[in-house]
Design a protein around this ligand. Structure first.
Ligand SMILES: *Cc1c(COP(=O)(O)O)cnc(C)c1O
Length: 454
């Protein structure tokens, strides 16, 4: 480790408070400090490179230091970096809104910008709530969400979040939400169809008795990312859509993780031809370059906010950096690259490769389940493959496996004992194969030793 790295680690430990991190562990650890990047590799302060195996927390798309995106941002800097959308228009935010409306499911025609997935969801919840205020159904104030769902870390988003570890401590601060069981085939005693039906029946039950109180059902379409890539049975999303239509409640699709190619199509909703009433985008929207988010709604919802100023039907919500010009410029060129480089068309071959390796990995000892939805994948490590019993959390098996990967120049971040793979969608097949090969070998060779040591 060079002197500069030592100094940076010392300063980091002195001043930084890292997200989702037990800082006592961090302070004892020897962190990697990223200094630069090249394509699909991250490079640390000692010059060591790592394959960016989780797309820098699920947001990188075309790799790092992509010339076209770098140039677009530089060109925008030469014009204007930021001006407000409160009472003013701005070129790039207008151009991007047209693009987003073109590529998202039909009927979503209005774009409200913000700067993170959590704010995109926060906005969706407030719009759904106010939509019913504005249209005379004031009692529709509550939401239905799935257990183990993750929608971001602001108070509203946490209120519809169902991850006990992250969310239970804040429960007294949150508004009441109806939670329904997640359709998780691996952990369900029965077939996929019954698994989906079990959750659908619960949603139906709540809507049957309380639909006049429900503003919206919020869902991560197809796959619950932060829960450990829980892939819902086929048809679940469209069945949920039918229930929301039946009971006149809105559907919010949180595509923050799934958007921009991760599931094999541009958006997860496309797989089941679903148009939600409100759709949340963030993470991949700027190809992982700058913070930007968008909440899209139908014209019907938008129209319910029109009226005389004194009626107070306007949506009183906004952020200082709403529709930031640099971020919108990055997003626009990223969407051009999707077309130019035929990214979506390139995905089936990548997904096939992932599934080929996952099949091999699933046969290894201690691998309880492998699952993927497009490029979003999870390898779940268990103590007992037959009973599906998990290791004790304090054994931190997932973390240890990912540390082992780092020595093999692969950067991954686990969710509990699930090893998450989420390569940038633009990764080339050769590098993807190298990544999968290292994951396979590490689990095959190092996992038994790691388990033996704990
Ligand atoms: C990451 C994530 C969020 C939160 O996005 P941030 O930009 O981290 O606030 C919301 N919803 C889903 C499904 C996510 O995966």
């Amino acid at each position: 480790m060079n002197e500069r790295t030592k100094k940076l680690i010392e300063l980091d430990k002195k001043h930084l408070w890292h997200p989702f991190t037990q800082m006592a562990d961090w302070l004892k650890s020897e962190p990697v400090i990223i200094d630069s990047a090249e394509g699909f590799y991250l490079i640390d302060t000692d010059g060591k490179s790592y394959i960016d195996g989780v797309s820098s927390l699920w947001c990188n798309v075309h790799g790092h230091k992509v010339k076209e995106i770098d140039d677009a941002i530089k060109a925008q800097i030469d014009k204007v970096s930021h001006s407000t959308l409160l009472g003013l228009g701005q070129t790039k935010s207008i151009e991007l809104s047209e693009k987003l409306v073109q590529i998202t499911p039909p009927e979503l025609t209005k774009v409200f910008y913000s700067d993170s997935g959590a704010t995109a969801v926060e906005i969706a919840l407030k719009i759904a709530y106010q939509y019913f205020r504005n249209t005379g159904q004031k009692q529709r104030t509550k939401f239905i969400a799935l257990q183990s769902s993750y929608h971001g870390d602001t108070i509203g988003s946490v209120s519809v979040g169902g991850m006990k570890t992250f969310h239970s401590i804040f429960r007294p601060l949150l508004f009441e939400t109806f939670f329904v069981p997640v359709p998780h085939p691996y952990r369900f005693d029965g077939n996929e169809k019954d698994c989906a039906q079990f959750s659908l029946d619960k949603i139906d039950e709540i809507l049957k008795t309380d639909s006049d109180q429900i503003a919206a059902v919020i869902i991560e379409p197809l796959v619950q990312g932060a829960a450990g890539i829980i892939v819902h049975p086929k048809g679940f999303l469209s069945d949920v859509r039918q229930l929301t239509e039946k009971y006149g409640t809105l559907l919010i699709a949180d595509e923050v993780a799934t958007g921009f190619g991760k599931t094999g199509k541009m958006f997860a909703c496309e797989h089941e031809n679903v148009t939600a009433d409100i759709m949340c985008l963030a993470k991949g929207i700027t190809a992982g370059y700058l913070p930007l988010a968008a909440t899209l709604t139908t014209g019907k919802i938008f129209d319910a906010f029109l009226g005389e100023t004194t009626e107070h039907k306007a949506f009183y919500h906004g952020h200082t950096y709403t529709g930031n010009a640099l971020a919108c410029a990055a997003a626009l060129v990223s969407l051009e690259l999707f077309e130019q480089n035929k990214i979506i068309e390139s995905l089936p071959a990548k997904i096939e490769l992932i599934e080929k390796y996952f099949a091999k990995i699933s046969a290894l000892p201690f691998v309880g389940n492998v699952r993927n939805c497009g490029l979003m994948g999870a390898i779940e490590i268990v103590k007992d493959k037959t009973t599906k019993e998990s290791f004790a959390p304090q054994q931190a098996i997932g973390t240890k496996v990912c540390s082992s990967m780092r020595s093999e120049s692969v950067m991954l971040r686990p969710l509990g004992d699930c090893i998450i793979t989420m390569p940038p969608v633009a990764i080339d097949l050769d590098l993807l194969e190298k990544l999968l090969e290292i994951i396979l070998e590490t689990i095959e060779n190092d996992l038994p030793t790691i388990i033996g040591r704990t």
